[in-house]
Design a protein around this ligand. Structure first.
Ligand code: F6R
Length: 614
Protein backbone atom coordinates (compact mmCIF):
# COMPACT_ATOMS: atom_id res chain seq x y z
CA UNK A 1 0.00 0.00 0.00
CA UNK A 2 0.97 3.65 -0.07
CA UNK A 3 4.28 4.82 1.35
CA UNK A 4 4.43 7.97 3.46
CA UNK A 5 7.38 10.07 4.60
CA UNK A 6 7.49 13.32 6.58
CA UNK A 7 10.55 15.25 7.65
CA UNK A 8 11.54 18.36 9.63
CA UNK A 9 15.24 18.95 10.34
CA UNK A 10 18.63 20.24 9.33
CA UNK A 11 19.10 18.20 6.13
CA UNK A 12 17.72 18.83 2.67
CA UNK A 13 14.14 17.74 3.29
CA UNK A 14 13.64 16.80 -0.34
CA UNK A 15 16.63 14.44 -0.31
CA UNK A 16 15.43 12.78 2.90
CA UNK A 17 11.89 12.35 1.62
CA UNK A 18 12.92 10.99 -1.78
CA UNK A 19 15.34 8.55 -0.12
CA UNK A 20 12.51 7.47 2.20
CA UNK A 21 10.15 6.94 -0.73
CA UNK A 22 12.80 4.83 -2.46
CA UNK A 23 13.03 2.67 0.65
CA UNK A 24 9.26 2.28 0.62
CA UNK A 25 9.09 1.27 -3.04
CA UNK A 26 8.75 -2.38 -2.04
CA UNK A 27 5.20 -1.61 -0.89
CA UNK A 28 4.17 -1.23 -4.50
CA UNK A 29 2.71 2.00 -5.89
CA UNK A 30 1.67 3.62 -9.11
CA UNK A 31 2.37 7.34 -8.59
CA UNK A 32 4.47 9.53 -6.30
CA UNK A 33 4.69 13.09 -5.08
CA UNK A 34 6.30 15.52 -2.64
CA UNK A 35 5.48 18.88 -1.07
CA UNK A 36 7.93 21.29 0.61
CA UNK A 37 7.28 24.10 3.08
CA UNK A 38 9.66 27.06 3.18
CA UNK A 39 9.70 29.80 5.85
CA UNK A 40 8.53 33.15 4.62
CA UNK A 41 6.68 31.74 1.65
CA UNK A 42 2.92 31.62 1.83
CA UNK A 43 2.63 28.64 -0.48
CA UNK A 44 3.84 25.06 -0.62
CA UNK A 45 5.93 23.67 -3.46
CA UNK A 46 4.64 20.37 -4.79
CA UNK A 47 5.52 17.99 -7.61
CA UNK A 48 3.74 14.72 -8.37
CA UNK A 49 3.90 12.20 -11.13
CA UNK A 50 2.05 9.08 -12.22
CA UNK A 51 4.16 5.95 -12.54
CA UNK A 52 7.46 5.07 -10.96
CA UNK A 53 9.48 7.22 -8.60
CA UNK A 54 11.97 7.73 -11.43
CA UNK A 55 9.34 9.92 -13.16
CA UNK A 56 9.12 12.13 -10.09
CA UNK A 57 12.90 12.27 -9.77
CA UNK A 58 13.20 13.29 -13.44
CA UNK A 59 10.57 15.99 -12.96
CA UNK A 60 12.44 17.31 -9.91
CA UNK A 61 15.65 17.37 -11.95
CA UNK A 62 13.96 19.30 -14.77
CA UNK A 63 12.44 21.88 -12.45
CA UNK A 64 14.45 21.91 -9.20
CA UNK A 65 12.60 22.95 -6.06
CA UNK A 66 14.09 25.47 -3.63
CA UNK A 67 16.05 24.22 -0.62
CA UNK A 68 13.72 23.30 2.26
CA UNK A 69 13.95 21.68 5.67
CA UNK A 70 10.35 20.50 5.90
CA UNK A 71 8.75 18.10 3.45
CA UNK A 72 6.22 15.33 3.00
CA UNK A 73 6.24 12.61 0.34
CA UNK A 74 4.03 9.80 -0.85
CA UNK A 75 3.94 6.76 -3.08
CA UNK A 76 0.32 5.97 -3.99
CA UNK A 77 -1.31 2.61 -4.62
CA UNK A 78 -4.45 3.75 -6.41
CA UNK A 79 -7.77 3.06 -4.72
CA UNK A 80 -10.09 5.98 -5.55
CA UNK A 81 -9.37 7.01 -9.12
CA UNK A 82 -6.68 5.77 -11.50
CA UNK A 83 -2.97 6.49 -11.09
CA UNK A 84 -2.67 9.89 -12.75
CA UNK A 85 -0.71 13.05 -11.93
CA UNK A 86 -3.96 14.61 -10.74
CA UNK A 87 -4.83 11.78 -8.35
CA UNK A 88 -1.26 11.47 -7.04
CA UNK A 89 -0.63 12.83 -3.54
CA UNK A 90 -0.02 15.35 -1.96
CA UNK A 91 -3.43 17.00 -2.32
CA UNK A 92 -3.56 20.68 -1.56
CA UNK A 93 -6.21 23.08 -0.39
CA UNK A 94 -5.34 26.58 0.81
CA UNK A 95 -2.28 26.42 3.04
CA UNK A 96 -2.11 22.64 3.53
CA UNK A 97 -0.89 19.64 1.58
CA UNK A 98 -2.01 16.15 2.62
CA UNK A 99 -0.73 12.65 1.94
CA UNK A 100 -2.82 9.69 2.96
CA UNK A 101 -2.82 5.93 3.22
CA UNK A 102 -6.05 4.00 3.72
CA UNK A 103 -9.65 4.49 2.73
CA UNK A 104 -11.94 7.23 4.06
CA UNK A 105 -15.19 5.33 4.08
CA UNK A 106 -17.50 8.34 4.42
CA UNK A 107 -15.70 10.32 1.75
CA UNK A 108 -18.67 10.37 -0.65
CA UNK A 109 -20.88 12.13 1.91
CA UNK A 110 -18.08 14.51 2.89
CA UNK A 111 -17.31 15.27 -0.74
CA UNK A 112 -20.97 15.97 -1.49
CA UNK A 113 -21.20 18.45 1.37
CA UNK A 114 -17.97 20.17 0.32
CA UNK A 115 -19.22 20.49 -3.24
CA UNK A 116 -22.59 21.75 -2.01
CA UNK A 117 -20.65 24.42 -0.11
CA UNK A 118 -19.00 25.51 -3.36
CA UNK A 119 -15.65 23.75 -3.02
CA UNK A 120 -14.13 22.53 -6.26
CA UNK A 121 -12.31 19.19 -5.99
CA UNK A 122 -9.90 18.44 -8.79
CA UNK A 123 -9.11 14.77 -8.16
CA UNK A 124 -11.15 11.61 -7.70
CA UNK A 125 -9.45 10.76 -4.42
CA UNK A 126 -10.84 10.52 -0.92
CA UNK A 127 -7.67 12.32 0.24
CA UNK A 128 -8.50 15.64 -1.37
CA UNK A 129 -11.62 15.76 0.77
CA UNK A 130 -9.38 15.80 3.85
CA UNK A 131 -7.32 18.69 2.45
CA UNK A 132 -10.47 20.76 1.97
CA UNK A 133 -11.85 19.89 5.38
CA UNK A 134 -8.55 20.98 6.92
CA UNK A 135 -8.57 24.22 5.00
CA UNK A 136 -12.07 24.96 6.29
CA UNK A 137 -11.10 24.02 9.84
CA UNK A 138 -8.05 26.30 9.70
CA UNK A 139 -10.41 29.23 9.13
CA UNK A 140 -11.68 28.53 12.66
CA UNK A 141 -8.44 27.57 14.43
CA UNK A 142 -4.94 28.67 13.42
CA UNK A 143 -3.32 25.59 14.98
CA UNK A 144 -2.65 22.82 12.47
CA UNK A 145 -2.75 19.96 15.01
CA UNK A 146 -6.08 21.23 16.40
CA UNK A 147 -7.47 21.33 12.87
CA UNK A 148 -6.20 17.82 12.14
CA UNK A 149 -7.80 16.49 15.32
CA UNK A 150 -11.13 18.11 14.45
CA UNK A 151 -11.07 16.67 10.93
CA UNK A 152 -10.05 13.19 12.13
CA UNK A 153 -13.09 13.13 14.38
CA UNK A 154 -15.30 13.42 11.26
CA UNK A 155 -13.55 10.71 9.29
CA UNK A 156 -14.57 7.05 9.13
CA UNK A 157 -12.47 4.17 7.88
CA UNK A 158 -8.75 3.63 7.90
CA UNK A 159 -6.25 6.40 7.44
CA UNK A 160 -2.76 7.61 8.00
CA UNK A 161 -2.52 11.31 7.25
CA UNK A 162 0.58 13.45 7.07
CA UNK A 163 0.23 17.18 6.52
CA UNK A 164 2.49 20.12 5.70
CA UNK A 165 1.35 23.72 6.18
CA UNK A 166 2.76 26.82 4.46
CA UNK A 167 1.83 28.98 7.49
CA UNK A 168 3.72 26.65 9.87
CA UNK A 169 6.71 25.66 7.74
CA UNK A 170 8.63 24.14 10.67
CA UNK A 171 5.96 21.61 11.51
CA UNK A 172 4.61 18.37 10.07
CA UNK A 173 1.51 16.78 11.59
CA UNK A 174 0.50 13.13 11.27
CA UNK A 175 -2.55 11.16 12.37
CA UNK A 176 -3.56 7.55 12.28
CA UNK A 177 -6.50 5.20 12.62
CA UNK A 178 -6.38 1.54 11.52
CA UNK A 179 -3.33 2.26 9.39
CA UNK A 180 0.28 2.51 10.56
CA UNK A 181 2.41 5.58 11.20
CA UNK A 182 5.76 5.59 12.98
CA UNK A 183 7.89 8.46 14.22
CA UNK A 184 11.68 8.50 13.82
CA UNK A 185 13.53 10.45 16.53
CA UNK A 186 16.72 12.14 15.43
CA UNK A 187 18.97 14.90 16.78
CA UNK A 188 17.76 18.22 15.48
CA UNK A 189 15.47 16.34 13.09
CA UNK A 190 12.41 14.14 13.28
CA UNK A 191 10.68 11.87 10.81
CA UNK A 192 7.34 10.28 10.05
CA UNK A 193 6.96 7.12 7.99
CA UNK A 194 4.41 4.50 7.11
CA UNK A 195 7.07 2.14 8.37
CA UNK A 196 10.57 2.54 9.69
CA UNK A 197 12.09 1.77 6.30
CA UNK A 198 11.24 5.40 5.50
CA UNK A 199 13.91 6.74 7.87
CA UNK A 200 16.03 3.87 9.20
CA UNK A 201 18.94 5.20 7.16
CA UNK A 202 18.95 8.31 9.40
CA UNK A 203 17.82 7.09 12.81
CA UNK A 204 17.06 3.82 14.55
CA UNK A 205 15.11 5.40 17.39
CA UNK A 206 11.39 5.18 16.77
CA UNK A 207 8.02 5.71 18.37
CA UNK A 208 5.01 3.71 17.37
CA UNK A 209 1.81 5.71 17.43
CA UNK A 210 -1.31 4.20 18.92
CA UNK A 211 -4.76 4.04 17.44
CA UNK A 212 -6.48 7.42 16.95
CA UNK A 213 -3.44 9.54 17.72
CA UNK A 214 -2.11 12.78 16.27
CA UNK A 215 1.59 13.61 16.26
CA UNK A 216 3.24 16.98 15.69
CA UNK A 217 6.92 16.96 14.79
CA UNK A 218 9.32 19.87 14.63
CA UNK A 219 13.12 19.59 14.35
CA UNK A 220 13.43 19.38 18.15
CA UNK A 221 10.12 18.17 19.46
CA UNK A 222 7.52 15.42 19.13
CA UNK A 223 4.07 15.90 20.67
CA UNK A 224 1.47 13.13 20.60
CA UNK A 225 -2.19 13.45 21.57
CA UNK A 226 -5.41 11.57 21.04
CA UNK A 227 -8.06 12.91 18.66
CA UNK A 228 -9.46 15.08 21.48
CA UNK A 229 -6.15 16.74 22.22
CA UNK A 230 -5.35 14.83 25.44
CA UNK A 231 -1.63 14.02 25.78
CA UNK A 232 -1.02 10.39 24.80
CA UNK A 233 1.35 7.74 26.09
CA UNK A 234 3.88 6.68 23.49
CA UNK A 235 6.13 3.67 23.26
CA UNK A 236 9.66 4.41 22.01
CA UNK A 237 11.74 1.52 20.66
CA UNK A 238 15.06 0.83 19.01
CA UNK A 239 15.10 -0.55 15.47
CA UNK A 240 17.56 -3.41 15.16
CA UNK A 241 17.18 -4.03 11.41
CA UNK A 242 19.63 -3.14 8.74
CA UNK A 243 18.51 -1.17 5.71
CA UNK A 244 18.25 -4.20 3.43
CA UNK A 245 15.85 -5.93 5.79
CA UNK A 246 13.86 -2.76 6.31
CA UNK A 247 12.83 -2.76 2.69
CA UNK A 248 10.91 -5.88 3.44
CA UNK A 249 9.66 -4.43 6.71
CA UNK A 250 12.13 -6.62 8.61
CA UNK A 251 11.00 -9.88 7.01
CA UNK A 252 13.44 -12.16 5.24
CA UNK A 253 11.08 -12.50 2.28
CA UNK A 254 8.27 -10.40 0.85
CA UNK A 255 6.22 -13.56 0.97
CA UNK A 256 6.62 -13.79 4.74
CA UNK A 257 5.60 -10.17 5.05
CA UNK A 258 2.58 -10.77 2.85
CA UNK A 259 1.58 -13.86 4.83
CA UNK A 260 1.78 -11.73 7.98
CA UNK A 261 -0.36 -9.02 6.38
CA UNK A 262 -3.29 -11.37 5.84
CA UNK A 263 -5.35 -10.27 8.83
CA UNK A 264 -5.23 -6.75 7.35
CA UNK A 265 -5.89 -7.95 3.81
CA UNK A 266 -9.09 -9.64 4.95
CA UNK A 267 -10.16 -6.74 7.19
CA UNK A 268 -9.44 -4.12 4.51
CA UNK A 269 -11.38 -6.06 1.87
CA UNK A 270 -14.39 -5.96 4.19
CA UNK A 271 -13.96 -2.29 5.00
CA UNK A 272 -16.86 -0.03 4.07
CA UNK A 273 -19.08 -2.77 2.66
CA UNK A 274 -21.62 -2.99 5.43
CA UNK A 275 -23.87 0.06 5.93
CA UNK A 276 -25.22 1.00 9.34
CA UNK A 277 -28.71 -0.18 8.29
CA UNK A 278 -27.36 -3.70 7.78
CA UNK A 279 -27.43 -3.34 3.99
CA UNK A 280 -24.43 -4.72 2.13
CA UNK A 281 -22.97 -2.19 -0.30
CA UNK A 282 -20.44 -2.81 -3.04
CA UNK A 283 -19.57 0.62 -4.31
CA UNK A 284 -17.64 -0.45 -7.42
CA UNK A 285 -20.65 -2.50 -8.54
CA UNK A 286 -21.74 -0.97 -11.83
CA UNK A 287 -24.45 -3.55 -12.51
CA UNK A 288 -27.90 -2.52 -11.34
CA UNK A 289 -29.84 -4.58 -8.82
CA UNK A 290 -32.32 -5.39 -11.61
CA UNK A 291 -29.53 -6.77 -13.78
CA UNK A 292 -28.27 -8.85 -10.87
CA UNK A 293 -31.76 -10.14 -10.09
CA UNK A 294 -31.82 -11.55 -13.64
CA UNK A 295 -28.66 -13.60 -13.12
CA UNK A 296 -29.50 -17.30 -13.41
CA UNK A 297 -26.01 -18.74 -13.89
CA UNK A 298 -22.57 -17.79 -12.60
CA UNK A 299 -19.32 -18.83 -14.25
CA UNK A 300 -16.12 -18.05 -12.38
CA UNK A 301 -12.98 -17.90 -14.50
CA UNK A 302 -9.44 -17.55 -13.18
CA UNK A 303 -5.98 -19.11 -13.19
CA UNK A 304 -3.77 -20.75 -10.60
CA UNK A 305 -4.33 -19.65 -7.04
CA UNK A 306 -7.12 -17.31 -8.14
CA UNK A 307 -8.86 -20.34 -9.68
CA UNK A 308 -8.70 -22.07 -6.30
CA UNK A 309 -10.26 -18.99 -4.70
CA UNK A 310 -13.06 -19.42 -7.23
CA UNK A 311 -13.42 -23.08 -6.28
CA UNK A 312 -13.84 -22.09 -2.63
CA UNK A 313 -16.31 -19.38 -3.61
CA UNK A 314 -18.53 -21.78 -5.55
CA UNK A 315 -19.55 -23.56 -2.34
CA UNK A 316 -20.59 -20.33 -0.64
CA UNK A 317 -22.22 -18.68 -3.65
CA UNK A 318 -24.40 -21.68 -4.47
CA UNK A 319 -25.26 -22.19 -0.80
CA UNK A 320 -26.27 -18.57 -0.25
CA UNK A 321 -27.82 -17.66 -3.61
CA UNK A 322 -29.07 -20.99 -4.99
CA UNK A 323 -27.73 -19.81 -8.37
CA UNK A 324 -25.79 -22.55 -10.23
CA UNK A 325 -22.11 -21.63 -10.22
CA UNK A 326 -19.38 -23.21 -12.34
CA UNK A 327 -15.66 -22.59 -11.95
CA UNK A 328 -13.48 -22.82 -15.01
CA UNK A 329 -9.82 -22.34 -15.81
CA UNK A 330 -9.59 -19.15 -17.82
CA UNK A 331 -7.19 -20.79 -20.26
CA UNK A 332 -9.79 -23.48 -21.09
CA UNK A 333 -12.91 -21.38 -21.05
CA UNK A 334 -13.20 -19.99 -24.56
CA UNK A 335 -12.03 -23.16 -26.26
CA UNK A 336 -15.00 -25.25 -25.19
CA UNK A 337 -17.87 -23.23 -26.67
CA UNK A 338 -19.44 -22.40 -23.29
CA UNK A 339 -23.16 -21.69 -23.06
CA UNK A 340 -23.53 -18.07 -22.03
CA UNK A 341 -26.58 -15.84 -22.10
CA UNK A 342 -27.40 -12.27 -21.15
CA UNK A 343 -28.34 -13.56 -17.70
CA UNK A 344 -25.00 -15.30 -17.16
CA UNK A 345 -22.71 -13.49 -14.76
CA UNK A 346 -19.09 -14.25 -15.56
CA UNK A 347 -16.90 -13.53 -12.54
CA UNK A 348 -13.21 -13.21 -13.28
CA UNK A 349 -10.73 -13.37 -10.41
CA UNK A 350 -7.27 -11.95 -10.93
CA UNK A 351 -4.92 -10.49 -8.37
CA UNK A 352 -2.87 -8.64 -10.97
CA UNK A 353 -5.72 -7.83 -13.32
CA UNK A 354 -3.35 -8.43 -16.22
CA UNK A 355 -3.34 -12.22 -16.68
CA UNK A 356 -3.73 -12.77 -20.40
CA UNK A 357 -5.67 -16.06 -20.16
CA UNK A 358 -8.23 -14.38 -17.93
CA UNK A 359 -8.35 -11.24 -20.05
CA UNK A 360 -9.01 -13.26 -23.21
CA UNK A 361 -11.71 -15.24 -21.42
CA UNK A 362 -13.59 -12.12 -20.29
CA UNK A 363 -13.33 -10.59 -23.77
CA UNK A 364 -14.85 -13.77 -25.15
CA UNK A 365 -17.60 -13.74 -22.50
CA UNK A 366 -18.51 -10.14 -23.32
CA UNK A 367 -18.63 -10.96 -27.04
CA UNK A 368 -21.18 -13.63 -26.09
CA UNK A 369 -23.18 -10.86 -24.33
CA UNK A 370 -22.58 -12.20 -20.84
CA UNK A 371 -21.99 -9.63 -18.10
CA UNK A 372 -18.55 -9.66 -16.56
CA UNK A 373 -17.70 -8.77 -12.98
CA UNK A 374 -14.05 -8.78 -11.99
CA UNK A 375 -12.47 -9.33 -8.62
CA UNK A 376 -9.08 -7.70 -8.71
CA UNK A 377 -6.37 -6.36 -6.42
CA UNK A 378 -4.92 -3.83 -8.85
CA UNK A 379 -6.78 -0.62 -9.37
CA UNK A 380 -7.07 0.39 -12.99
CA UNK A 381 -5.59 -2.85 -14.41
CA UNK A 382 -6.78 -4.07 -17.81
CA UNK A 383 -9.20 -6.77 -16.60
CA UNK A 384 -11.23 -4.46 -14.32
CA UNK A 385 -11.15 -1.77 -17.01
CA UNK A 386 -12.70 -4.16 -19.51
CA UNK A 387 -15.36 -5.48 -17.14
CA UNK A 388 -18.93 -4.39 -16.49
CA UNK A 389 -18.36 -4.30 -12.74
CA UNK A 390 -15.47 -4.64 -10.33
CA UNK A 391 -14.97 -5.57 -6.72
CA UNK A 392 -11.50 -4.54 -5.67
CA UNK A 393 -9.78 -6.53 -3.00
CA UNK A 394 -7.81 -4.24 -0.74
CA UNK A 395 -4.97 -6.62 0.04
CA UNK A 396 -2.27 -4.11 -0.87
CA UNK A 397 0.47 -4.85 -3.36
CA UNK A 398 1.62 -8.44 -3.59
CA UNK A 399 5.28 -8.51 -4.52
CA UNK A 400 6.26 -12.14 -3.92
CA UNK A 401 5.43 -14.13 -7.04
CA UNK A 402 3.44 -16.73 -5.14
CA UNK A 403 0.08 -15.36 -4.12
CA UNK A 404 -0.87 -15.43 -0.43
CA UNK A 405 -2.81 -12.46 0.87
CA UNK A 406 -4.31 -11.98 -2.59
CA UNK A 407 -5.92 -15.43 -2.31
CA UNK A 408 -7.56 -14.76 1.04
CA UNK A 409 -8.80 -11.35 -0.07
CA UNK A 410 -10.25 -12.91 -3.27
CA UNK A 411 -12.24 -15.41 -1.22
CA UNK A 412 -13.61 -12.58 0.92
CA UNK A 413 -14.54 -10.54 -2.17
CA UNK A 414 -16.32 -13.57 -3.69
CA UNK A 415 -18.22 -14.02 -0.45
CA UNK A 416 -19.25 -10.38 -0.52
CA UNK A 417 -20.52 -10.91 -4.04
CA UNK A 418 -22.46 -14.04 -3.00
CA UNK A 419 -24.07 -12.22 -0.09
CA UNK A 420 -24.84 -9.22 -2.27
CA UNK A 421 -26.61 -11.42 -4.81
CA UNK A 422 -28.52 -13.10 -1.99
CA UNK A 423 -29.50 -9.65 -0.74
CA UNK A 424 -30.72 -8.26 -4.07
CA UNK A 425 -32.53 -11.47 -4.92
CA UNK A 426 -34.19 -11.40 -1.49
CA UNK A 427 -32.92 -14.87 -0.63
CA UNK A 428 -31.30 -13.81 2.62
CA UNK A 429 -32.57 -11.43 5.26
CA UNK A 430 -30.40 -8.54 6.35
CA UNK A 431 -29.85 -10.03 9.78
CA UNK A 432 -28.66 -13.31 8.23
CA UNK A 433 -26.20 -11.38 6.06
CA UNK A 434 -25.09 -9.36 9.08
CA UNK A 435 -24.45 -12.54 11.02
CA UNK A 436 -22.32 -14.02 8.24
CA UNK A 437 -20.42 -10.75 7.86
CA UNK A 438 -19.81 -10.69 11.61
CA UNK A 439 -18.29 -14.17 11.30
CA UNK A 440 -16.08 -13.01 8.42
CA UNK A 441 -15.19 -9.93 10.47
CA UNK A 442 -13.83 -12.20 13.19
CA UNK A 443 -11.53 -14.02 10.74
CA UNK A 444 -8.61 -11.53 10.90
CA UNK A 445 -8.16 -12.32 14.59
CA UNK A 446 -8.34 -16.04 13.87
CA UNK A 447 -5.65 -15.69 11.18
CA UNK A 448 -3.52 -13.70 13.59
CA UNK A 449 -3.72 -16.57 16.06
CA UNK A 450 -2.47 -18.98 13.38
CA UNK A 451 0.39 -16.59 12.63
CA UNK A 452 1.28 -16.15 16.30
CA UNK A 453 1.48 -19.89 16.77
CA UNK A 454 3.48 -20.77 13.65
CA UNK A 455 6.80 -21.90 15.13
CA UNK A 456 5.76 -25.55 15.15
CA UNK A 457 4.76 -25.30 11.48
CA UNK A 458 8.21 -23.98 10.58
CA UNK A 459 9.80 -26.72 12.69
CA UNK A 460 7.72 -29.32 10.87
CA UNK A 461 8.84 -27.90 7.49
CA UNK A 462 12.48 -28.31 8.52
CA UNK A 463 11.79 -31.85 9.72
CA UNK A 464 10.14 -32.86 6.44
CA UNK A 465 12.55 -30.98 4.17
CA UNK A 466 14.21 -34.15 2.86
CA UNK A 467 10.96 -35.55 1.37
CA UNK A 468 10.51 -35.24 -2.39
CA UNK A 469 6.77 -35.89 -2.62
CA UNK A 470 3.85 -34.45 -0.62
CA UNK A 471 0.12 -35.08 -0.85
CA UNK A 472 -2.71 -32.87 0.35
CA UNK A 473 -6.29 -33.99 0.85
CA UNK A 474 -9.47 -32.12 1.68
CA UNK A 475 -13.16 -32.22 0.93
CA UNK A 476 -15.76 -29.53 0.22
CA UNK A 477 -14.01 -26.15 0.77
CA UNK A 478 -11.03 -28.10 2.09
CA UNK A 479 -10.44 -29.52 -1.40
CA UNK A 480 -9.30 -26.24 -2.99
CA UNK A 481 -7.26 -25.58 0.15
CA UNK A 482 -5.49 -28.89 -0.50
CA UNK A 483 -4.86 -27.85 -4.11
CA UNK A 484 -3.51 -24.48 -2.98
CA UNK A 485 -1.26 -26.10 -0.35
CA UNK A 486 0.21 -28.35 -3.03
CA UNK A 487 0.63 -25.50 -5.51
CA UNK A 488 2.54 -23.39 -2.98
CA UNK A 489 4.94 -26.25 -2.32
CA UNK A 490 5.45 -26.94 -6.03
CA UNK A 491 6.07 -23.29 -6.84
CA UNK A 492 8.42 -22.50 -4.00
CA UNK A 493 10.24 -25.72 -3.23
CA UNK A 494 10.12 -27.37 -6.70
CA UNK A 495 8.78 -30.57 -5.15
CA UNK A 496 6.23 -33.06 -6.34
CA UNK A 497 3.09 -32.03 -4.48
CA UNK A 498 -0.49 -32.91 -5.34
CA UNK A 499 -3.85 -32.02 -3.90
CA UNK A 500 -6.82 -34.37 -4.05
CA UNK A 501 -10.42 -34.49 -3.01
CA UNK A 502 -10.30 -36.94 -0.10
CA UNK A 503 -12.99 -39.14 -1.60
CA UNK A 504 -11.02 -39.56 -4.83
CA UNK A 505 -7.99 -41.14 -3.13
CA UNK A 506 -9.29 -44.67 -3.42
CA UNK A 507 -10.03 -44.13 -7.11
CA UNK A 508 -6.37 -43.96 -7.98
CA UNK A 509 -4.10 -41.48 -6.21
CA UNK A 510 -3.69 -43.64 -3.09
CA UNK A 511 -1.38 -45.83 -5.20
CA UNK A 512 1.37 -43.22 -4.90
CA UNK A 513 1.42 -43.32 -1.08
CA UNK A 514 4.65 -44.91 0.15
CA UNK A 515 6.15 -45.52 3.51
CA UNK A 516 6.69 -42.12 5.10
CA UNK A 517 4.99 -40.02 2.39
CA UNK A 518 3.78 -36.82 4.11
CA UNK A 519 0.03 -36.41 3.59
CA UNK A 520 -1.59 -33.20 4.77
CA UNK A 521 -5.29 -33.56 5.57
CA UNK A 522 -7.65 -30.65 6.12
CA UNK A 523 -10.33 -31.85 8.52
CA UNK A 524 -13.69 -30.07 8.05
CA UNK A 525 -15.00 -28.10 10.99
CA UNK A 526 -17.10 -29.90 13.60
CA UNK A 527 -20.17 -28.04 12.33
CA UNK A 528 -20.03 -30.38 9.32
CA UNK A 529 -19.59 -33.58 11.32
CA UNK A 530 -20.73 -36.01 8.59
CA UNK A 531 -18.03 -34.74 6.24
CA UNK A 532 -15.44 -34.54 8.99
CA UNK A 533 -15.92 -38.25 9.67
CA UNK A 534 -15.32 -39.01 5.98
CA UNK A 535 -12.01 -37.12 6.01
CA UNK A 536 -10.98 -38.96 9.15
CA UNK A 537 -11.60 -42.21 7.26
CA UNK A 538 -9.41 -40.90 4.42
CA UNK A 539 -6.66 -40.12 6.92
CA UNK A 540 -6.85 -43.69 8.21
CA UNK A 541 -6.71 -45.05 4.66
CA UNK A 542 -3.43 -43.29 3.84
CA UNK A 543 -1.93 -44.00 7.23
CA UNK A 544 -2.66 -47.70 6.81
CA UNK A 545 -0.45 -47.50 3.69
CA UNK A 546 2.48 -45.98 5.52
CA UNK A 547 1.79 -42.24 5.09
CA UNK A 548 2.92 -39.86 7.78
CA UNK A 549 -0.11 -37.68 8.36
CA UNK A 550 -0.17 -33.96 9.07
CA UNK A 551 -3.65 -33.18 10.27
CA UNK A 552 -5.07 -29.66 10.18
CA UNK A 553 -7.95 -29.73 12.59
CA UNK A 554 -10.07 -27.29 14.52
CA UNK A 555 -9.20 -26.51 18.14
CA UNK A 556 -11.10 -28.75 20.53
CA UNK A 557 -11.72 -31.49 17.96
CA UNK A 558 -9.66 -34.51 19.04
CA UNK A 559 -11.38 -37.07 16.83
CA UNK A 560 -8.53 -37.24 14.28
CA UNK A 561 -5.69 -37.20 16.79
CA UNK A 562 -5.27 -40.99 17.04
CA UNK A 563 -4.43 -41.00 13.31
CA UNK A 564 -2.23 -37.89 13.25
CA UNK A 565 1.56 -38.01 13.20
CA UNK A 566 1.61 -34.22 13.31
CA UNK A 567 -1.19 -31.85 14.27
CA UNK A 568 -1.78 -28.28 13.17
CA UNK A 569 -4.56 -26.64 15.15
CA UNK A 570 -6.95 -24.27 13.40
CA UNK A 571 -9.13 -21.68 15.12
CA UNK A 572 -12.80 -22.66 15.17
CA UNK A 573 -14.67 -20.84 12.39
CA UNK A 574 -17.81 -21.72 10.38
CA UNK A 575 -17.25 -24.33 7.65
CA UNK A 576 -17.32 -21.89 4.73
CA UNK A 577 -14.70 -19.69 6.37
CA UNK A 578 -12.27 -22.49 7.15
CA UNK A 579 -10.18 -21.91 3.98
CA UNK A 580 -9.29 -18.46 5.30
CA UNK A 581 -7.52 -19.98 8.29
CA UNK A 582 -6.51 -23.41 6.93
CA UNK A 583 -4.52 -22.02 3.99
CA UNK A 584 -2.21 -19.97 6.21
CA UNK A 585 -0.25 -22.87 7.80
CA UNK A 586 0.25 -24.37 4.34
CA UNK A 587 1.72 -21.09 3.05
CA UNK A 588 4.04 -20.90 6.06
CA UNK A 589 5.05 -24.53 5.60
CA UNK A 590 5.92 -24.07 1.90
CA UNK A 591 7.78 -20.84 2.55
CA UNK A 592 9.89 -22.34 5.34
CA UNK A 593 10.62 -25.53 3.45
CA UNK A 594 11.77 -23.59 0.37
CA UNK A 595 14.00 -21.36 2.53
CA UNK A 596 15.43 -24.48 4.12
CA UNK A 597 16.30 -25.82 0.67
CA UNK A 598 17.98 -22.51 -0.14
CA UNK A 599 15.58 -21.32 -2.81
CA UNK A 600 14.54 -17.76 -3.61
CA UNK A 601 11.08 -17.71 -2.09
CA UNK A 602 10.04 -14.41 -3.65
CA UNK A 603 11.14 -15.17 -7.20
CA UNK A 604 10.73 -18.90 -7.83
CA UNK A 605 12.32 -20.20 -11.00
CA UNK A 606 10.32 -20.01 -14.24
CA UNK A 607 7.52 -17.95 -12.72
CA UNK A 608 6.40 -14.34 -13.14
CA UNK A 609 4.09 -12.27 -11.02
CA UNK A 610 1.94 -11.12 -13.87
CA UNK A 611 1.47 -13.65 -16.67
CA UNK A 612 0.75 -11.53 -19.72
CA UNK A 613 1.02 -14.26 -22.33
CA UNK A 614 -1.52 -16.93 -23.18
C1 F6R B 1 0.34 -18.91 -7.49
C2 F6R B 1 0.06 -17.73 -8.26
C3 F6R B 1 -0.50 -17.90 -9.62
C4 F6R B 1 -1.57 -16.82 -9.89
C5 F6R B 1 -2.06 -16.94 -11.34
C6 F6R B 1 -3.14 -15.93 -11.63
O1 F6R B 1 0.92 -18.59 -6.26
O2 F6R B 1 0.32 -16.62 -7.83
O3 F6R B 1 -1.04 -19.17 -9.78
O4 F6R B 1 -2.61 -17.00 -9.00
O5 F6R B 1 -0.98 -16.70 -12.22
O6 F6R B 1 -2.70 -14.62 -11.40
P1 F6R B 1 -3.72 -13.45 -11.26
O7 F6R B 1 -4.51 -13.66 -10.02
O8 F6R B 1 -2.87 -12.21 -11.20
O9 F6R B 1 -4.60 -13.46 -12.47
Amino acid sequence: MCGIVGYVGHRSALDVVVAGLQRLEYRGYDSAGVALAIPGEQQLHSVKRAGKLANLIDALADEPLPEAHTAIGHTRWATHGPPTNRNAHPHQSGRVAVVHNGIIENFATLRASLEAAGRELVSETDTEVVAHLLDLELEKTPDLADAVRAVCRCLEGAFTLVIADSTNPDVVVGARRNSPLVVGRGHGENFLGSDVAAFVEFTREAIELGQDQVVTITADDIVVTDFDGNPAEVSPYHIDWDIAAAEKGGYEWFMLKEIAEQPHAVADTLLGRHAANGQLQLDEMRLSDDELRDVDQIVIIACGTSFYAGMVAKYAIEHWTRIPCEVELASEFRYRDPILTRSTLVVSISQSGETMDTLMAIRYAREQRARVLSICNTNGATIPRESDAVIYTHAGPEIAVASTKGFLAQIVACYLLGLYLAQVKGIKFRDEISRILADVGAVPNAIQRVLDDADHIRKLARELAQHRSFLFIGRHVGFPVALEGALKLKELAYLHAEGFAGGELKHGPIAVVEDGTPVFAIVPSTSYAALRDKVISNIQEVRARGAQTVVLVEEGDDSALPFADHVIRLPKVPTLLQPLVATVPLQIFACELASQLGYDVDQPRNLAKSVTVE
